[in-house]
Design a protein around this ligand. Structure first.
Ligand code: HEM
Length: 389
């Protein structure tokens, strides 16, 4: 009986021992592979001088204001420099148009580096990679065709008008108004209407609830024309037809995107090795994150914006500019699919706002810039609004 038991138990003990040995070998192989890849990477990164790093923290302890430090290093180290996140996670920060062109022109794996998750069943386009991304992008591209976008302009202006009606009420309180929240809701309202033909009423629902709770009348009754017809636009002007003619407005928007790029950097992994225009090269692999910093940022003297001058983007001043010197919407195959949608929305919102209000900054609440995935103000955007007529 005992020997029978031995025979049953012994093989399973052997299997267990074998699994442990195989497990250890597997871990050892992984460690050796990791070590070799790391050695190769460190060798490649030696060609890129950068700020001195700590063996444990990398550069984390030197970065107080992420964007501020990165921008000042960019001014010191030309083209590109390494930035280590701790002891094992390196990135190369690229901030030169030629370098950006070498990377963005190829099919690299995108890492979740932009703020906008495009809502679709399952995973969004922004976080997909490989053939799945390719098929989704191909499917979505016709939806962003110039002619299709034109038809959205009226929906956008309806959403903007709802926001302006809210501002009109708030402006009566004679104090500055925080605009960021309202603009965010307006863009949500507009994308839901345009992309999904769905009216969320997200801009008004909360205030309607608040009003009904305090026993006041329905918002729509208080504000005639609330559902939003752009009746104050001159009969000669049509956003649908004349959006392309708003050259100066477009220049102003571009200059704002230059000074405050909403997506200050995008990230990539290399699927193939790359050699840059100056001969330096990098191996393929996903152990190195490439962070492409908006090249125009480097000219910021320590985050103090330069003079706002829309004329930088006049046609005559733009011809000499490097194709990858100004990349608010990134470039290459993974550029922003919604850039024309966003430009149209900004033009409509800007024009309608300026037709109704004069805006002045509130010096007691200046915006405080923070850069997480997107560049924004941690304390909102506070402006005084004065109704024009
Ligand atoms: C001012 C507004 C916007 C800015 C500055 C912006 C910027 C960007 C940037 C820089 C990227 C590239 C990310 C990367 O390379 O990793 C991107 C990607 C993307 N954007 Fe935008 N975006 C804006 C508005 C929009 C809007 C309104 C939509 C949708 C209607 C949109 C949809 C997308 C999508 C789906 C991607 C991923 C594209 C892909 O991976 O193929 N964006 N955006």
């Amino acid at each position: 009986m005992a020997s029978l038991l031995d025979n049953i138990v012994r093989p399973s003990a052997v299997v267990l021992q074998l699994s442990v040995v195989l497990g250890i070998i597997f871990v050892l192989l992984k460690v050796i592979q990791f070590y070799q890849e790391r050695k190769k990477l460190i060798k490649a990164l030696e060609a890129f001088p950068g700020p001195p790093k700590h063996w444990l923290y990398g550069h984390n302890h030197l970065v107080r204001r992420e964007l501020g430090s990165i921008v000042s290093w960019g001014e010191e180290y030309a083209y590109a420099f390494p930035r280590w996140f701790g002891p094992v996670l390196p990135s190369l920060i690229i901030h030169h148009p030629e370098y950006a062109k070498s990377i963005l022109g190829r099919m690299g794996k995108s890492l979740l580096g932009a703020p906008l998750l495009f809502v679709s069943p399952g995973k969004g386009l922004l976080i997909l990679n490989g053939t799945k991304w390719f098929h989704h992008r191909k499917l979505l591209t016709p939806a962003f065709h110039y002619d299709v976008l034109k038809s959205y302009v009226d929906l956008m202006s309806d959403s903007v008008k709802v926001m302006l009606d809210k501002w009109e009420k708030k402006s009566m309180e004679k104090k500055s108004v925080e605009l960021f929240q309202d603009v965010s809701l307006m863009t949500l309202d507009s994308i839901m209407k345009c992309a999904f033909s769905y009216n969320t009423n997200c801009q008004t629902q909360r205030s309607e609830l608040e009003l009904s709770a305090s026993g006041k009348a329905n918002t729509e009754e208080e504000t005639p024309g609330f559902s939003g017809h752009s009746s104050f636009l001159t009969p000669q002007f049509s956003f649908r037809e004349d959006l392309g003619k708003m050259t100066y407005t477009t220049m102003c928007i571009k200059e704002s995107l230059r000074l405050f790029p909403p997506v200050p950097s995008v990230s990539r992994c290399l699927s193939k090795p790359v050699t840059f225009s100056d001969g330096r090269s990098l191996p393929a692999g996903d152990k190195l994150v490439l962070l492409m910093l908006e090249p125009t940022l480097i000219k910021w003297p320590l985050l103090l914006p330069q003079v706002y001058d829309p004329m930088r983007f006049s046609p005559e001043n733009s011809t000499q500019r490097h194709s990858h010197a100004f990349l608010p919407f990134s470039a290459g195959s993974r550029n922003c699919i919604g850039q024309q949608f966003a430009m149209n929305e900004m033009k409509v919102a800007l024009a309608l706002t300026l037709l109704r209000f004069k805006l002045c900054p509130d010096p007691s609440k200046p915006p405080r810039l923070i850069s997480q995935l997107i560049l924004r103000s941690s304390n909102g955007i506070h402006l005084h609004l004065r109704k024009i007529h």
